[in-house]
Ligand binder design. Structure first.
Ligand code: ADP
Ligand code: MG
Length: 264
């Protein structure tokens, strides 16, 4: 399996520039800030007169190159947190600094631009287009971005996930694990610095889950920041850092010395 360690859009640690402000490779400016910084983030959903406090005073910092598992029972706020981390939604109150830029009050348009530049998403249900083959599914984000030269990057992305020989297969001609790998290739097509996976192994059997975790681990080893949301303890044993949530709050945040090897 081939994985490239390109980190476009990331700060270059060898380039401290002038007064700690990066020159090349810098997206936002000050070197030394974390990739993700949530400060006192609250998310309240209002449904008529009913108020659901999905996130309550969440503080969370994630550095470039980390692999973090976010765990917690159903309804604890994991997906809400991911939607905010992924700039799909904004907090009701509090701040979200992404690479040093406050993105908590940006318009939908600005958020969409940030997403397409920096963030790749992987979902439990793969979200592939059913009647479209693997390579075309992987190309889709480039279609939306108006990029013409799509086939080659899509092929490279499929190679990265070990599916070079399945380009023309439709989703229903692939196993669950292979479909999720296509979805990961699609998430990688814009070369995002941050990969967010919401229950990526939720629909997979044990062997396929291990394969997907191994792939996410390898992508992290190649320099990408990876956040995996899950309720499976198995995933938490694999991540170096585990953040646990309950009732919209972070109740623990632990760094383990070494990651358990996952064998496919
Ligand atoms: P998890 O992913 O951990 O299962 P969620 O983030 O999906 O949790 O949900 C957290 C809480 O917010 C739940 O009580 C859920 O019912 C509520 N919730 C999530 N999304 C919405 C929404 N769009 N509108 C109203 N309530 C929501
Ligand atoms: Mg969820």
């Amino acid at each position: 399996m081939q994985l490239t360690a390109v980190r476009r859009g990331l700060r270059d640690p060898n380039d401290t520039g002038v007064n700690g402000v990066c020159q090349k490779g810098s997206v936002t400016g000050v070197w030394g800030a974390s990739m993700i910084q949530l400060e006192d983030v609250t998310k309240v959903y209002r449904m008529g007169k009913v108020e659901v406090r999905a996130l309550e005073s969440v503080d969370l910092t994630i550095d470039d190159g980390e692999l973090v598992a976010i765990m917690g029972p159903s309804g604890s706020g994991k997906t809400t947190l991911m939607n905010i981390l992924g700039c799909l939604d904004v907090p009701t109150s509090g701040r979200y600094l992404l690479d040093g830029t406050d993105v908590s009050r940006l318009s939908d348009n600005r958020l969409a631009k940030i997403r397409s530049r920096k963030i790749g998403f992987v979902f439990q249900s793969f979200n592939l287009v059913a009647r479209t083959n693997a390579v075309r599914n992987v190309e889709l984000p480039l279609v939306y971005a108006g990029v013409r030269a799509r086939r080659n990057p899509a092929r490279v992305a499929l190679e990265q996930v070990g599916l070079a020989d399945r380009q023309k297969h439709l989703p229903n001609e692939l196993s669950g694990g292979q479909q999720q790998r296509v979805a990961i290739a699609r998430a990688l097509i814009n070369d995002p610095a941050l990969l967010l996976a919401d229950e990526p192994t939720g629909n997979l059997d044990t062997a396929a889950s291990a394969e997907i975790l191994k792939l996410l681990g390898a992508l992290n080893d190649a320099g990408r920041t990876v956040v995996i949301i899950t309720h499976e303890e198995e995933v938490s044993r694999f991540a170096r850092r585990v953040v646990r949530m309950r009732d919209g709050r972070i109740v623990s945040d632990q760094v383990q010395r070494s990651r358990t090897e996952v064998t496919a």
